[in-house]
Design a protein around this ligand. Structure first.
Ligand code: SF4
Ligand code: SF4
Length: 441
C-alpha cells in the first residue's frame, strides 16, 4: 500500500504519454498524405527564421498588447513546466520537492515560477475578456462559431486552472512548512502564494496535506490531459510553430511556383526553332497526374503542416482586403477547412485499416467554395500577417490552378482574358496587327 500512489502515478504517466505518442503518430501520418516538396535548401536561413519567429515571437509583437500577453503566456507556460520534471520525479520516486537541496537556486526558481504563474493568470484573463466581453472583430467572424470559439475559451480555462492549482499547491506547502509538518522541509520562495496562505489559517495538518496533495495530483493530471487535448485543438501550434517556421517559404512572397510540365510546354511554344512533332526530350518522364488541388492529398505536406499549425488568431483575415470589403473569403477559414478535411480523411483511414476510401467529399466545394477562391486578390497580406509563417495563398492558388487547368472553370472574365493572351498575346480582344490603330484615330 505504501507504494500505491507511485504505482498510480506511473500508470497515469504511461497512459498520458502513450495517448500523446499515438496522436503524434496520427498527426505525422496525416501530414505525410501531402505531396513531397523540396525544403532542404538554405538551412542556416531556416534555423534563423525558426529562432526569430517561433522562439523570439517577433511577428507576434507587431500587435504589441496581444504580443506581450502572448509572450507572457508562452514563456510562463514553458518555464513553469520545468517544474513538471520535479513533479514527475517526485511522483515516481515518492519524494517531495526532490530538487530542493540545490538551495538558493531552488528558491529563485520556485519564486520566479510563481511570478510567471500570476502573470499567466492575468494574461489569460485579459485574453478571455477580449474574446468574450469586448468581442474583438477577428474573434467573432463566422468561422469562429461553435467548436473554434469553445476551443479558444477552453484553452484559457485550462491554463487558468493549472496556474491556480500550482499556486494553491505551493500555498498549502508553504503553510505546512511553517507548521513544521513531516516531509515538508523548508524549501522554495513563495512571493505569490504567501498571499493565499491566510485562507488556510486554522486548518489542521491533515487537512492541509489533503489540499496540497489534491492540488498536486490535479495539476499533474491536468497537464497530462492538456497534452492530449492539444491534438484536437488549435493549441497544437505550441509544438508545430517550430517546424512550421523552419519549413516556411523562403522565396519572395510574390513568387509563385511553376509547374515544370507547363513551363516546358511554354518554352516549346516560344521557341521558333522547336519542332512540335519531335519526340519528347525525356520520354520516360511521368505525365502530371493532376494540375492543382481539389483535395488535401493534392496539396504538399508543408501546406498540410500549415493547416495543423494555424492558431486561428485571425490576423490574416483582419488584413485581408477581400474580407475587409465584405467578400466571403477568410484566409483563416481556408486553413481551418484544410485541417478539418485532413482530419476527416485521417478518420476515414483509421476506420479502414489505414486505407483511404472516398466518402464523396473533397476540399473544393464541400469545404472551400469557388466564390471564396476567386475573391482572393493574391496580395499576400495574409502571408505577411501570419505570426507562424503560414501561407494560405498557396492553397488558394493550387485550388484555382485545379479549376482553371482541370475544369476550365475560371470566371468568364478570366477565361476571356486567357483566350486573348493565347490568341492575341495581350489581354485585350484585338489582333496584334491592330494594336497601333489608335494612333490614327
Ligand atoms: S492573398 Fe488573398 S486571402 Fe491573402 S490577404 Fe490577399 S486577398 Fe486575402
Ligand atoms: S493563418 Fe496565421 S494569421 Fe491566419 S489565423 Fe492561422 S495563424 Fe493566424
Amino acid at each position: 500500500m505504501e507504494y500505491l500512489p507511485n504505482i498510480v502515478f506511473a500508470i497515469a504517466l504511461i497512459v498520458g504519454i502513450g495517448f500523446f505518442v499515438r496522436n503524434v503518430k496520427k498527426l505525422i501520418r496525416n501530414i505525410k498524405l501531402g505531396k513531397k516538396v523540396d525544403v532542404g535548401d538554405n538551412k542556416p536561413q531556416r534555423w534563423k527564421n525558426m529562432a526569430r519567429i517561433a522562439l523570439g515571437q517577433t511577428k507576434m509583437v507587431v500587435r504589441p498588447i496581444a504580443g506581450l500577453l502572448h509572450i507572457i503566456v508562452y514563456v510562463g507556460f514553458i518555464i513553469i513546466n520545468i517544474e513538471v520534471l520535479e513533479i514527475i520525479l517526485d511522483g515516481i520516486l515518492g519524494t517531495h520537492r526532490l530538487f530542493s537541496p540545490i538551495g538558493l537556486l531552488y528558491d529563485i526558481l520556485i519564486g520566479s515560477f510563481e511570478i510567471l504563474a500570476f502573470l499567466v493568470i492575468v494574461a489569460v484573463t485579459v485574453f478571455w475578456v477580449r474574446r468574450n466581453i469586448i468581442k474583438l472583430q477577428r474573434f467573432i467572424k463566422p468561422e469562429m462559431k461553435g467548436w473554434p470559439k469553445k476551443d479558444g475559451n477552453m484553452i484559457l480555462y485550462i491554463e487558468f486552472v493549472l496556474m491556480v492549482l500550482f499556486l494553491t499547491m505551493n500555498a498549502a506547502d508553504f503553510q505546512l512548512q511553517q507548521m513544521g509538518a513531516d516531509h515538508y522541509d523548508q524549501a522554495g520562495a513563495f512571493p505569490i502564494s504567501q498571499f493565499i496562505t491566510p485562507l488556510f489559517d486554522g486548518l489542521s495538518i491533515s487537512t492541509l496535506t489533503g489540499i496540497e496533495r489534491t492540488a498536486w495530483w490535479l495539476h499533474i493530471l491536468g497537464i497530462l490531459a492538456f497534452l492530449n487535448y492539444l491534438y484536437y485543438s488549435k493549441h497544437l501550434h505550441i509544438l508545430l510553430a517550430f517546424p512550421n517556421t523552419y519549413y516556411g517559404k523562403l522565396k519572395p512572397q510574390g513568387q509563385f511556383n511553376n509547374l515544370e510540365s507547363v513551363t516546358n510546354e511554354v518554352k516549346l511554344m516560344m521557341d521558333p526553332n522547336a519542332d512540335p512533332f519531335a519526340a519528347p526530350a525525356n520520354p520516360d518522364a511521368a505525365a502530371p497526374e493532376k494540375f492543382g488541388a481539389s483535395d488535401v492529398m493534392d496539396l504538399n505536406w508543408v501546406q498540410l503542416l500549415n493547416a495543423y499549425t494555424c492558431t486561428e488568431c485571425g490576423r490574416c483575415t483582419s488584413e485581408c482586403p477581400a474580407n475587409q470589403t465584405g467578400k466571403k473569403l477568410s484566409p483563416r477559414k481556408i486553413m481551418m477547412d484544410t485541417r478539418d478535411r485532413l482530419e476527416e480523411v485521417g478518420k476515414i483511414m483509421d476506420a479502414n485499416k489505414g486505407e483511404f476510401v472516398s466518402n464523396g467529399k473533397q476540399l473544393l466545394d464541400d469545404y472551400i467554395s469557388r466564390e471564396e477562391l476567386w475573391a482572393c486578390t493574391t496580395c499576400n497580406a495574409c502571408v505577411e500577417a501570419c505570426p507562424v509563417s503560414i501561407d494560405p495563398l498557396s492553397i488558394i492558388v493550387e485550388m484555382r490552378r485545379y479549376l482553371v487547368m482541370e475544369q476550365s472553370a475560371a470566371p468568364m472574365e478570366l477565361n476571356n482574358m486567357m483566350s486573348n493572351i493565347e490568341n492575341n498575346g495581350a489581354p485585350w480582344p484585338y489582333n496584334q496587327m491592330d494594336r497601333l490603330n489608335w494612333v490614327n484615330e
